[in-house]
Design a protein around this ligand. Structure first.
Ligand code: BES
Ligand code: ZN
Ligand code: ZN
Length: 494
């Protein structure tokens, strides 16, 4: 899809017209709106749409709110909901090319608007369907989106914001592609190739550690999880420094982003049952996010070195696979008793976190992972769990999330949860036996904390929102790319 910025909508295009408090942003269409809304229940609520095809051309009216406060209360969420819904509607009507009227109240939300359009236009299965189904998808594709700014003095600002939004959404759509991709396509080699592309596009320094080096470094937990897989594990590291940093900026310690990269989580010998195993290609969402994030950095105004670290492996069964009761020695030196092979995420992350802290002495480390089913049970798919050891970092992330409609909700790590993760024989255990499910997300976080020390740290458990069967208006079923926009907004302010 391409965004363009003409001064008037092209006649042939389907025109998306915002409606605030039942007022059409295009005044000449007010009569049409008034007559149409009589026949259909259009109340102008956020995300409500009304389609018209007649003498005035093709029009989708889209509600931005009906009550007296709605103009004041326009939020990222309401704007994204509205334009996500309008874009989907336009796709259903095979619009191909659309024009969106950017009325005055939308000027400050142009980035969110463009993000919503580009995210809503994403077609998850376009790479896999063939024949008629593929043709149908192609027919629904939106090729061009014109943004027509009503107040010409704001057009430059809208243009810049929309371009940014488009870039961010394209990155997020890549993350969705990678996460949706099944394990026979998105294997460790696939991620190597993506990491090379990101390095080339961004100028980041790429290091990929393989089995031999990972073993030599002593990452016994990553090696342990990998043993059931026919593919070698990888530790992908992308190290990005912006050009033209001042001497003071150069001295700032980097920010490290660590992402969980499980190609497929079968559960291992604690095999996942029917109903829980089917979508476990989603378990690489964290790694996909942090790797793709680096490719965006040259386009953002960030004055910091940022490093992405992604441990990548499958969690499978087989003669060599990890067994419950094994004891592994981690990179940090701490020993870990395996009480549940399905608690693999915390194992690979524990090694990646300890290594990254050792190697890069970051000012802050943020990990992002589809870590626990428990977090999904607690928060559903509209919130990610937010954990950590630093109030300020947590608050910045939470604010960033709210600003971009990727909400984070703080959850606690009680010292007693840490106690539950102590091993019977070894220093730690990877799952609390017996009461495994109680406070499962918090205990996962408590385990990770063992590898953090004093470094400022936040942990985002995205098990709920990373993959959805109940999409928001601008999402689709499957991978959402959740977390990318939070990290972008956070880094811009850090
Ligand atoms: N990848 C899963 C978590 C998950 C579940 C993500 C559902 C998305 C949707 C993770 O590796 C896992 O299996 N965690 C276990 C931990 C337990 C064994 C301590 C869980 O949540 O049950
Ligand atoms: Zn698991
Ligand atoms: Zn997992």
């Amino acid at each position: 899809m391409k965004f363009t910025f003409p001064t008037a909508p092209s006649k042939k295009n389907l025109c998306v017209v915002p409606v605030l408090k039942l007022k059409s942003a295009l005044v000449p269409l007010q009569k049409l709106l008034d007559s149409l809304k009589k026949d259909e229940d259009f109340e102008g609520k956020v995300g409500q749409t009304l389609y018209y095809n007649g003498a005035e051309g093709r029009v989708i009216f889209v509600g931005l709110g009906s009550d007296s406060e709605s103009e004041k209360n326009l939020t990222t969420s309401s704007v994204m909901t509205a334009f996500g819904a309008a874009t989907k509607k336009a796709m259903c009507h095979r619009a191909g090319e659309i024009s969106i009227v950017v009325s005055a109240p939308l000027v400050d939300h142009a980035q969110a608007l463009a993000e919503a359009v580009a995210l809503a236009a994403y077609q998850p299965s376009r790479d896999y369907k063939t024949g008629e189904a593929q043709k149908k998808l192609a027919g629904h594709k939106i090729e061009v989106c014109e943004l027509v700014v009503q107040d010409s003095s704001a057009s430059k600002k809208v243009h810049a914001a929309a371009q940014r939004g488009h870039l961010i959404a394209l990155a997020q759509n890549d993350v969705r592609d990678w996460v949706n991709a099944p394990p026979n396509k998105a294997n460790p080699e696939f991620f190597e190739a993506r990491a090379h592309e990101v390095a080339k596009a961004s100028g980041a320094k790429l290091t990929i550690l393989r089995e031999k080096e990972i073993t030599k470094l002593g990452m016994g937990m990553l090696i342990g999880v990998n043993r059931g897989s026919p593919d070698e594990p990888r530790l992908v590291i992308l190290d990005y420094s912006p050009k033209n940093l001042t001497a003071t900026e150069k001295k700032l310690a980097p920010i490290v982003l660590v992402g969980k990269g499980i190609i497929f989580d079968s559960g291992g010998y604690n095999l996942k049952p029917r109903g829980h195993i089917e979508d476990m290609q989603l378990d690489k969402a964290g790694a996909s996010t942090v790797i793709r994030m680096i490719g965006l950095l040259p386009h953002l105004d960030i004055k910091r070195r940022v490093i992405a670290v992604a441990p990548i492996t499958e969690n499978l069964i087989g003669g060599k696979a990890l067994k419950p009761s094994e004891i592994l020695t981690s990179y940090s030196g701490k020993t870990v008793e395996i009480t549940n092979t399905d608690g693999e995420g915390r194992l690979i992350l524990g090694d990646a976190i300890a290594y990254a802290i050792d190697q890069y002495k970051p000012a802050a480390l943020i990990d992002i992972a589809t870590l626990t089913g428990a977090c999904m049970i607690a928060l559903g798919n509209r919130y990610a769990g937010l954990f950590g050891n630093n109030e300020k970092l947590g608050a910045s992330l939470r604010d960033a999330g709210h600003e971009v409609d990727e909400e984070l909700w703080p959850l606690p790590i009680h010292p007693d949860f840490g106690e539950k993760m102590k091993g019977t024989y070894a220093d730690l255990r990877n799952a609390d036996l017996g009461s495994e499910r109680d406070a499962g997300a918090s205990k996962g976080a408590a385990f990770l904390q063992e590898f953090v020390g004093e470094t400022h740290w936040a942990h985002l458990d995205i098990a709920g929102p990373a993959f959805t069967s109940d999409p928001k208006k601008y999402e689709a079923k499957g991978a959402t790319g959740f977390g990318l926009r939070v990290l972008v907004r956070y880094l811009e302010k850090a």
